[in-house]
Design a protein around this ligand. Structure first.
Ligand code: S3P
Length: 169
């Protein structure tokens, strides 16, 4: 771990990789704050991500997300969990450059078990298994390129994953 100050640890990965659950536990283990960019956008906008997609469109959500990620990473010493699509944005990729970025890797079976693919994820609303697989195939190279560490979360307990991440910092 970087000495002197607490680093930001950014968690990336697809829906169902455990970014929120693992992020909260990791923040507890490191004794730092936890920040979830999706939750922050919902709190700021006073409505759900799914409503933002439906009422304002995905480009509006992505612009809010880009601004929120930059704000969180630049201002926040702690664990920051990004929405699954956030790392695909070019400006966000610049913001992540030089940060500790952990890619939480997972397969469809565990992802489906964790999130249930309910209506809260608009990009997975229709044919969720096929949609998830397509997104993951498109995004994996970017997740891998941006990550300073890749951690496989499939079939693992939260504490076990957290212990591995702590050992990598
Ligand atoms: C998205 C993932 C969601 C949320 C939004 C878009 C995506 O976050 O940001 O629905 O593009 O994969 P999770 O990764 O936390 O599900």
């Amino acid at each position: 771990m970087v000495t002197g100050e607490r680093p930001v640890v950014v968690l990336i990965g697809p829906p169902g990789s455990g970014k929120t659950t693992i992020g909260q536990a990791l923040a507890g283990a490191l004794d730092v704050a936890f920040h979830d960019t999706d939750a922050a956008i919902e709190a700021d906008q006073g409505c759900s991500i799914s409503d933002i997609f439906v009422l304002d469109g995905e480009p509006t959500f992505r612009a809010l997300e880009r601004a929120e990620v930059a704000r969180a990473v630049e201002a926040h010493a702690g664990v920051v969990a990004l929405g699954g699509g956030a790392p695909m944005d070019a400006e966000t990729q610049e913001v992540l450059d030089g940060q500790v970025v952990v890619f939480l890797d997972v397969g469809i079976a565990d992802a489906a078990k964790r999130v249930g693919f309910d209506a809260s994820r608009p990009l997975l609303a229709i044919n969720p298994r096929a949609a998830w697989t397509k997104l993951m195939n498109e995004r994996r190279p970017t997740y891998e390129r941006l990550a300073t560490h890749r951690v496989d979360t499939a079939g693992r307990e939260v504490d076990d994953v957290v212990a591995e991440i702590v050992s990598l910092l």
